[in-house]
Design a protein around this ligand. Sequence first.
Ligand code: UGA
Length: 446
Amino acid sequence: MRVTIFGTGYVGLVTGTCLADVGHDVICVDIDQAKVDGLNRGVIPIYEPGLEPMVKANHAAGRLRFTTDAEVAVAHGDVVFIAVGTPPDEDGSADLKYVLAVARTIGRHLERQVVVVNKSTVPVGTADKVRATIAAELASRGAEFGFEVASNPEFLKEGDAVNDCMRPDRIVIGASSATAVDKLKRLYAPFNRNHERIVVMDVRSAELTKYAANAMLATKISFMNEIANIAEKVGADVEMVRQGIGSDPRIGWHFIYPGAGYGGSCFPKDVQALAKTAQQYGYDAQLLGAVESVNDRQKEHLFELIGRHYGVASHDGALAGKTFAVWGLAFKPNTDDMREASSRRLLQLLWDAGAKVRAYDPEATEEAQRIFGERDDLVLCDSARATLADADALVVVTEWKQFRSPDFQRLSQSLADRVIFDGRNLYHPDEVEAAGLAYYGIGRGR
Ligand code: UGA
């Protein structure tokens, strides 16, 4: 099938590449000329395992093309995806300016019947707005073409996006006509093998499904962080509690890892946006507010542990003279993305307290450089070991695999204050303490 995708961010680029990989003829369109030029030369703007060779192979095979020419792109697709960003507005609701700009562009160039599909995470009711926007553009030039706006939310995880896209656990299609459902079913047939993964529903339910999925996952994390904080107070170990509850299939093992708080471009924004939507419809979504505020507090928790160890309460200059080795800056492993990352809050709190930071991340160094710029109190190192030079303490913020089994004896010799703050509970406290280091984890009663 012929497919057009507006937006070459995470969602658009991964979706376009995967659709091309199963044989569809895909054009990705973006307003960013430099990005499009780069993609045509094989330069991938994001770090995503497995994506680069797939883009190059499908581009070389002519099934995946990149352009800034919206007219050509709209003329191409039987299915036209909108996969542009929906950043949070000042009040937390999703800003639809990019989505609606694409809708106007589609309306301006549409010359035949198509199915327009929202893949961006958009509030309930957006498909109606997109439909109205396209219809207004068509009307303004006296054109009349049958088109439908469907919702097909994306559930990919950064760092595992290609796999999620190629082997989806479900494909949600929200559409109101049999024609649109049929088209999308044909489009996704190559991904729908062995057992049925397609769930067909009305458009509003599909739009809400996306938010419900992310809000549920964020709720699990905040819940566990809350239990961790209680565990810390009562002298229990949340890691034991986690193992004690995860085996109940109604609870499950996934997404019950306590830590330094969730980040990324999705959970924080989507929890807020869903609460905002509820509010706009006159409903006070109390649980969602709590999920968000627990997470916000959790991002400061590592710093509180540091303050507890050093016996300092105030932020102002309390840690002057101290240097912290920080392992991990990305919001999670296998990405260079630092949006809403817990590391950002931690670094700011350390700096406010007068401390210096030597940080290492396997992928996010460039991004950190861009965000923080040059500063006297930050050294971005090119290895985990390099962060230890002159460091007093180690803080682990992101659970990259390579941080899992450090040489604790060496750490004990390198870190002047002989202390590790483990923001992702990667280590066994006994093992760390056996090397003569003090250990602080999340919710571990010490
Ligand atoms: C999330 C969802 O997992 C995807 O299903 C969804 O499609 C995507 O948002 C989206 O809306 O586009 P992503 O933001 O890439 O994906 O990241 P996750 O892997 O879900 O991690 C989010 C954060 O939660 C990370 O900061 C991670 O460290 C934290 N986390 C995760 C925990 O603190 N504990 C856990 O048990 C799991």
